[in-house]
Design a protein around this ligand. Structure first.
Ligand code: UT7
Length: 336
């Protein structure tokens, strides 16, 4: 009998500082009206300077382990676009800080699709017998890479972390991940990029005034990304539904990457799924990239939108470009 990865714990953390649209419009040529109508976002959380992604990941990881009823895990997979350092990966430090001694730990870089990729990677390790119990974390501090002069990105992204625990179990039990659909198109890599700071273009020096060079900041071509996000998330969702043997109408909750409410509704429309099945929490947290899916899951549980037995479809699109989907029947868990 094959082994499945079964979701058994869920925990999240957002830094306390709330940044409203009105606050941003005081320092940037934007408005609450523009941000709300174009994206659906009303506020987001930004970490205080000095707080790193690993700090948020430890908080969410601790809560997910508590939710799973045991502090144990033998694998930590951390999805992030904003690691604590270019080297080493953030996951080993997070594992050590969680008291997970000598466990396998690595980062996944798939930008906003990172959490789906990380779940697929952990599920593969469980299926192969490499791990019994994996802590999968999506954590970001985009506030550290947003260009304060770029209103097209600064109003969209927020900081936060979310985590799940996956354990080895039976493919037929609630919570079992029912497979994955993953893909990428690297020819579109320039649509979402931090140009400098890697081996292709090592960090540029600050200019004479000491200002941080623009190429060390996050850059996104919003319009084409929007178009590709809708097309790819819809196609990936369809592929995942085929794999699970589910009709779109039978899906109780669609938990898509929280980039833009217009994208989520367009994907639901393309799938022929009622828009009110779509979970939306981006209005309160913005686009938190790799943390977006677990934050949306926890919000749906807290709001009573996700209950045991629900058929749940997860789908994301992000830089790379990358995309991915998975599905599960929601289990009995107490999110923390
Ligand atoms: O997380 C990974 C995946 N990311 C996404 O899926 C993001 C996908 N893209 C989007 O969500 C949307 O493209 C955005 C929200 C980024 C932008 O919305 P849009 O409706 O595509 O706007 P636009 O880029 O076409 O800009 C429309 C206008 C422009 O002015 P003009 O050229 O019409 O005069 C922009 O300069 O809005 C202007 N604009 C702004 N105005 C006020 C752009 N950003 C802002 C802003 N405030 N923050």
């Amino acid at each position: 009998m094959s082994r499945a990865a079964v979701l058994t714990g869920l925990g999240t953390y957002v830094p306390p500082r709330v940044v409203t649209n009105d606050e941003l419009s005081r320092t940037m040529d934007t408005s609450d009206e523009w941000i709300r109508s174009r994206t659906g976002i009303t506020r987001r959380h930004w970490a205080e300077p000095g707080t790193a992604t690993g700090d948020l990941a430890v908080e969410a990881g601790e809560r997910a382990l508590k939710s799973a009823g045991s502090g144990d895990a033998d694998l930590v997979v951390l999805a992030t676009t904003t690691p604590d350092h270019p080297c080493p990966a953030t996951a080993p430090d997070v594992a050590a800080r969680l008291g997970l001694d000598a466990v396998a730990a690595y980062d996944i870089g798939a930008v906003c699709s990172g959490f789906i990729y990380a779940m697929a990677s952990a599920a593969g390790a469980i299926a192969a017998g490499i791990a019994e119990r994996a802590l999968v974390i999506g954590a970001e501090t985009y506030s550290t890479i947003l260009n304060p002069e770029d209103r097209t990105t600064s109003v969209i992204f927020g900081d936060g972390a979310g985590a799940v625990v996956l354990r080895a179990g039976d493919p037929a039990e609630p919570g079992a991940l029912l497979g994955h659909d993953l893909g990428s198109d690297g020819s579109l890599k320039d649509l979402i990029i931090v140009p400098a700071g890697g081996s292709r273009r090592p960090s540029a020096a600050a200019d004479a005034s000491g200002a941080r060079p623009a190429e060390t900041y996050f850059h996104m071509e919003g319009k084409p990304v929007f178009r590709h996000a809708v097309t790819r998330m819809a196609a990936s969702s369809r592929a995942m539904l085929d794999r699970a043997g589910w009709d779109p109408e039978s899906v109780d909750r669609f938990v898509g990457h929280q980039a833009n409410v217009r994208i989520l509704h367009a994907v639901a429309d393309q799938l022929g799924m009622a828009r009110d099945r779509t979970v939306v929490n981006l209005d309160r947290v913005g686009n938190t990239s790799a943390a977006s899916i677990p934050l949306a899951l926890a919000d749906a549980v807290a709001g009573g939108l996700l209950t045991p037995g629900d058929r749940v479809l997860l789908s994301a699109f992000g830089g790379g470009v990358t995309w991915g989907s998975t599905a599960l029947v929601w289990p009995e868990i107490v999110a923390d």
